[in-house]
Write a protein that binds this ligand. Structure first.
Ligand code: SF4
Length: 386
């Protein structure tokens, strides 16, 4: 059952091709971490093949004006969300447990069935929409392009993201953050329609300004990745130092166990109890337990609607169930390999992130950051049942 009403996948290939052909439009594309370890499967490569730079090359060849990396805005999300979490732990304890908000399937589920917990949701937009808002503000200013002449496209593993981009709460000054979402499968169709073969296309770097990413941004695609990335930066924000080695390879939050539990010791903040949950049935059981007991033993809970996280999203390449389960594990393995192979492992060390704050947002949770990078939620339960 799809909580976002995206049971039938709506295709947006035609609209994106029309935008690329429209000379009055500046068409920008971003690619989600989970798509970079799965798109290759549509071109005959084994699951878990990392094709990020090939995808960047293919998108350039397809005619996009700029190719950015959602791993960059995952780092931006962590800057905001880790700051928000530390603030809640120290000064807004009624908003603990802190519930993650980067999965639109989970967010909509919470709005429908647990509206009393909406104030616990992080107000951070998802990486997709943080990128969209940054492109139509900071990047538009820098390039001298009117936001209305920019068309923002994302390549996502997710059908629920198509619902997310239509949320009215995500508009800033009358501009939608994002215009079109293409799933991994749709991108394969678009590339093939243009005769672009991922096997032979030259690799390209992501465009700068919004293209650099750290290992922390890359692991967003796997269940537990958001938590691990957030704890790395929360540790830094609380102590001024990067986390110790065990938090840079934090095994308790990794893997396919339905609900994973972990404890982090952060000097100055104390002991933080964390849960990581993937799959909405698991979410229901966990939340009903919290409601029944009247409290949460965890201060931070990550929720992802899809089993395995975004690597198992509804827009990913399809095969038999057994093959899909094996593919998910291979995709996760590839994501952690990219993380350990990254020169920088923490979002706050991303040089382009530091520049965006210096030149535009000021600091995490600033008034400007709140305007562009944060959102509100809707009580859909009351709308549905009143
Ligand atoms: Fe989309 Fe699934 Fe990822 Fe949620 S977990 S953002 S529904 S792909």
């Amino acid at each position: 059952w799809c909580p976002s009403g995206a049971i039938t996948e709506k295709r947006n290939i035609k609209e994106v091709l029309a935008a690329i052909d429209d000379d009055t439009k500046h068409v920008v594309v971003q690619t989600a971490p989970a798509t970079k370890v799965s798109l290759g499967e549509e071109f005959g490569m084994p699951p878990g093949t990392s094709v990020g730079n090939k995808m960047a090359g293919a998108l350039k060849e397809a005619g996009f004006d700029a190719v950015f990396d959602t791993c960059f805005s995952a780092d931006l999300t962590i800057m905001e969300e880790a700051s928000e979490f530390v603030h809640r732990l120290t000064a807004a304890k009624d908003e603990i447990p802190h519930l993650t908000s980067c999965c639109p399937g989970w967010v909509k589920y919470c709005e429908y069935f647990y509206p009393e917990l909406m104030h616990n949701l992080s107000t951070c937009k998802s990486p997709q929409n943080m990128m969209g808002a940054t492109i139509k503000s900071f990047y538009a200013d820098k390039m001298g392009i009117k936001p209305e002449n920019i068309v923002n496209v994302s390549i996502m593993p997710c059908t629920a993201k198509k619902f997310e981009v239509a949320r009215e709460e995500l508009e800033v000054d009358g501009n939608r953050d994002m215009d079109y979402v293409l799933t991994t499968r749709e991108l394969a169709v678009l590339l093939k329609s243009k005769g672009i073969d991922l096997n032979t296309v030259p690799e390209r770097e992501y465009d700068s300004v919004l293209g650099e990413s750290t290992g922390a941004g890359k692991i967003f695609g796997a269940t537990g990745g958001v938590t691990e990335a957030a704890v790395r930066s929360a540790y830094f924000f609380a102590t001024g130092s990067n986390p110790p080695a065990d938090l840079l390879s934090w095994q308790p939050v990794r893997g396919m166990t339905a609900v994973k539990e972990a404890t982090a010791s952060i000097p100055g903040v104390g002991t933080v109890n964390i849960a990581v949950c993937h799959g909405l049935e698991n979410a229901r059981q966990l939340l009903d337990g919290i409601k029944a007991s009247g409290s949460s033993k965890w201060q931070f809970i990550e929720f992802m609607a899809c089993p395995g996280g975004c690597i198992g999203g509804g827009g990913q390449p399809k095969s038999t169930v057994a093959a899909q389960n094996s593919a998910k594990l291979k995709r996760i393995e590839a994501i952690y390999k990219e993380d350990t192979g990254s020169a920088k492992r923490c979002s706050h060390d991303n040089t382009e992130i530091q520049s965006v704050y210096k030149e535009f947002f000021g600091k995490p949770l600033s008034e400007k950051a709140e305007k562009y990078l944060h959102t509100t939620f809707v009580n859909r339960h009351d709308r549905l049942f009143s």
